[in-house]
Design a binder for this molecule. Structure first.
Ligand code: PAF
Length: 278
């Protein structure tokens, strides 16, 4: 497995490749969710590239950029074992050199949900994703459905800017007890780990009510809210039942709906979601 630190070296490697290249963009501290993206890339692409870059522009001041979990040696060993062909692991100066001043903004979709709570977040995500797509020139790029809004925003970026890449979304990978895998789960200590199950439980409740015929989005939100309110360690940021494509909040679920939520457990902000299909 080759590990590249500079854009120039990655490009030299890329020019020598024939066949399809798949890109899995990550911020490292890899888990089974990332592994499932790598395996999906192996299935469809001839070469798999994983990027590891904790992107500073998607963190607001006061967020967890400095303490975001990092373990590059462990990540590289995991990717080597997964037979990844190349890793792109630049430092911040390589991606944002002195004088850097160009950003990409996807309108509409980015103002709500995660974007409402983290205003500059998606601008940072779309900027770095577009840069990675230009650098790696993949045929396919892989994202987890766990960050459902990110996936929708990237699909919009690729469509609106005519980027010649297929965006592949892959299902959420969960622990046996339902907790969605996230690099940030490492922050959950003591009783927070058990309390964090309110996210997946509230989504399971929404799915159960929906399967029993409930179509009133307000009722689904309210029932999720009361379940989470019973957990003293949980503080709700948002609960949403929205159109799965436009992310507009729904009154009635008549088309596929993205049920998503962000909840603070202790000091850790967690997100999770599911899709309800009538
Ligand atoms: O989902 C992530 O890990 C990040 O947002 C991404 C897509 C790698 C961009 O930094």
């Amino acid at each position: 497995m080759d590990v590249f630190r500079t854009i120039a070296d990655l490009r030299t490697w890329r020019r020598a490749q024939t066949g399809d290249v798949g890109l899995v963009p990550t911020m490292g501290y890899l888990h089974e969710g990332h592994r499932s993206l790598v395996r999906a890339a192996h299935t469809s692409d001839d070469r798999t590239v994983v990027s590891i870059f904790v992107n500073p522009t998607q963190f607001a001041p006061g967020e967890d950029l400095a303490r975001y979990p990092r373990d590059e040696a462990r990540d590289l060993a995991l990717l080597d074992a997964e037979r990844v062909d190349a890793v792109f692991a630049p430092n911040a100066g390589e991606i944002y050199p002195d004088g850097y001043c160009t950003y990409v903004d996807v309108g509409r979709l980015t103002a709500r949900l995660e974007g409402a709570s983290r205003p500059a977040h998606f601008r940072g995500v779309t900027t770095v994703v577009l840069k990675l797509l230009h650098i790696v020139q993949p045929r396919r790029v892989y994202f987890g459905q766990k960050d459902a809004q990110q996936l929708a925003v990237v699909r919009t970026l690729v469509r609106d800017l005519d980027v010649d890449v297929e965006v592949v979304g892959r299902p959420i990978v969960r622990e046996a007890d339902g907790l969605a895998l996230s690099s940030r789960n490492v922050y959950l200590c003591g009783d927070d780990r058990a309390a964090a199950l309110v996210l997946s439980r509230s989504l399971a409740l929404a799915a159960e009510l929906f399967d029993a015929g409930e179509r009133d989005a307000g009722v689904l939100r309210a029932r999720m809210r009361s379940l989470i309110a019973a957990e003293p360690r949980a503080e709700i940021d948002y609960i949403s039942v929205a159109d799965a494509e436009t992310l507009d909040e729904l009154e009635v679920v008549a088309a596929p709906a993205l049920v998503s939520l962000a909840v603070r457990i202790g000091g850790t902000r967690l997100i999770d979601n599911t899709v309800l299909t009538p």
